[in-house]
Design a protein around this ligand. Structure first.
Ligand SMILES: NC(=O)c1ccc[n+]([C@@H]2O[C@H](COP(=O)([O-])OP(=O)(O)OC[C@H]3O[C@@H](n4cnc5c(N)ncnc54)[C@H](O)[C@@H]3O)[C@@H](O)[C@H]2O)c1
Ligand SMILES: O=C/C=C/C=C(\O)C(=O)O
Length: 487
């Protein structure tokens, strides 16, 4: 069944267009990509009903082995249409081809393969016991799917982050209703085509397009027949979703915002640390939740490090995202550009030293209407500044000196968030002490965004609830049932 033009909803294996539509624009040049169908409350209800019905159909009766086979087929289907997925993601987000082709799309496939293998190989517990009457009894646990999962996704890594949830959810036998970000509808729709192509039963994977509040997102979280929600996005949005999920006591898995520290000790491998902090601050134009927006450098190398960071930032070339050599793209939208430029202005008003950037790059005419900002580095602000307290989610970071390890830990932990940290040192004792003392979900030492999908991924404090990855995802996407048999 051919998908209609634009970005329709996908419900019960069929394309569903809405009367209400909104524009999807390419952030690199603000050109119109297509119109997006905004799902109505009735569309969301139809999607939830289809997901529920699928649980009682072939999908609900399918063996783990067959489900895992299908998950591998989905992964292969993504890779078979690799160029289409890359092109769709680049157009939606403006991210460079090199990133979408090396990270986003390969991870989209890997997220299905990973959990297809996890569900086949994870054992559950059993206990023999003596009953009070002296007889024997046997307890054993079985993992059963939670049911219909609401999946609400952000715009920065659309396919990667959506499949990071849909992969385990389906592998565990659930069905999903996916609400992609209004900024990036494309790859969720493309994945629906793959689902049909490989024979995933109708109703297992549903997509409702639209906005958050007063739109598809809120209709989904208000729907009483959704069993659980997995969300990635801003902390404030997480609060709203959690409040909606509380009605009916639905569990949530939350990957939220961050204000991640980068700590550079004087004994580090200097060139590796410069490259690592440049990557953690400017990758995906700073639109990565794990990104570094606060850098703390030990005083003996502070000046040299700032100079090296400046040189690295100024070597970045904003350009056509489809150009394979481009390493720096636009922000995701004019709206987000306005938010980031607001912080750039605020930094200047607060008297920051602008080491580099702080404005808008000169772009060729073809890209002049894009959501471009300069990679920016500041020093000289107090820790109380909004630039240090609030997540900006752009290509910018503030660099401050520290003297002792104690100071570095105190500075890094002084935030309401707790998502990630990156630490650069050659001293093995320092490395392990940082891993022990930094209040984050993920602490990278001499690395950043190095991902083993078996590990626990998630944030502490206001950066999230729960952990996903490897067996940890099963804790959220299944219920453990204990069966006790009197022998
Ligand atoms: N921790 C992580 O793994 C992680 C990963 C990526 C992004 N993020 C965070 O996401 C943010 C950027 O992404 P974003 O701007 O798309 O986030 P966002 O919170 O604005 O939106 C995320 C999704 O939630 C939906 N939404 C918004 N309000 C809603 C509501 N009231 N009810 C239901 N759905 C609603 C949106 O339509 C979108 O699909 C940043 O804060 C970033 O740190 C976190
Ligand atoms: O912007 C946030 C990135 C999140 C990355 C992951 O969830 C992952 O690598 O699985």
């Amino acid at each position: 069944m051919t998908r209609p033009a634009g970005f329709p909803n996908f419900i019960d294996g069929r394309w569903v267009e809405s009367a209400r539509r909104f524009e999807n624009r390419n952030p690199a040049d603000n050109s119109l990509i297509g119109m997006v169908s905004e799902a109505s409350r009735a569309d969301v209800d139809a999607a939830v009903r289809a997901a529920r019905a699928a649980l009682d159909g072939p999908w609900g009766k399918m063996s783990i082995a067959k489900r895992a086979e299908l998950m591998h087929a989905v992964a292969d289907g993504i890779m078979a249409r690799f160029d289409e997925f890359v092109a769709a993601e680049v157009a939606d987000t403006g991210k460079p081809y090199a990133m979408a082709s090396h990270l986003d799309v390969p991870r989209g496939a890997a997220n299905f393969k990973m959990f297809a293998d996890v569900v086949k190989n994870v054992a559950t517990e059993s206990f023999e016991m003596v009953a009070p009457d002296g007889g024997d009894a046997l307890n054993y646990a079985v993992r059963v799917p939670k049911g219909v999962i609401g999946v609400i996704c952000p715009w920065n890594l659309p396919l990667l982050l959506m499949t990071w949830k849909v992969g385990p959810a389906l592998a565990c036998g659930n069905t999903v209703v996916v609400k992609p970000s209004e900024e990036t509808p494309a790859t969720a729709a493309l994945l629906a085509e793959v689902m049909n192509e490989v024979g995933v039963p109708p109703g297992v994977y549903n997509v409702v397009q639209g906005h958050g509040q007063d739109s598809a997102g809120a209709f989904l979280t208000a729907h009483p027949d959704v069993d659980a929600y997995t969300f990635t996005g801003e902390t404030g949005t997480g609060e709203a979703i959690m409040a909606a999920a509380a009605r009916g006591i639905r569990p949530v898995s939350m990957e939220l915002g961050g204000k991640n520290p980068g700590i550079v000790f004087a004994d580090c491998d200097f060139d590796a640390a410069v490259a690592g902090i440049l990557r953690s601050a400017f990758f995906n134009s700073g639109q990565v939740c794990l990104g570094t927006e606060r850098v703390y450098v030990q005083r003996p190398i502070f000046e040299r490090f700032v100079a090296a960071l400046k040189a690295g930032a100024e070597a970045m070339r904003p350009g056509d995202p489809n150009d394979k050599d481009t390493n720096f793209g636009p922000l995701v939208s004019q709206e987000h550009r306005g938010k980031v430029l607001g912080y750039y202005r605020r930094a200047a008003e607060e008297g920051a030293t602008v080491v580099t950037g702080g404005g808008v790059p000169d772009m060729p005419a073809a890209l002049a209407n894009g959501a471009w900002v300069q990679p920016t580095i500041w020093t000289g602000l107090p820790e109380s500044s909004a630039l240090i307290r609030e997540e900006i989610f752009g290509p910018c970071c503030h660099v401050a000196p520290f003297d002792t390890e104690e100071q570095a830990v105190a500075l890094a932990n002084d935030t309401r968030y707790g998502l990630a940290a990156t630490v650069w040192t050659k001293d093995v004792g320092t490395a392990h002490r940082m891993g022990k003392r930094l209040k984050v979900g993920i602490c990278w030492i001499n690395s950043w965004f190095l991902r083993d999908l078996r590990t626990a991924f998630g944030g502490a404090r206001q950066s999230g609830i729960g952990r996903e990855g490897g067996v940890h995802s099963l804790e959220f996407y299944t219920e453990l049932r204990n069966v006790c048999i009197k022998l």
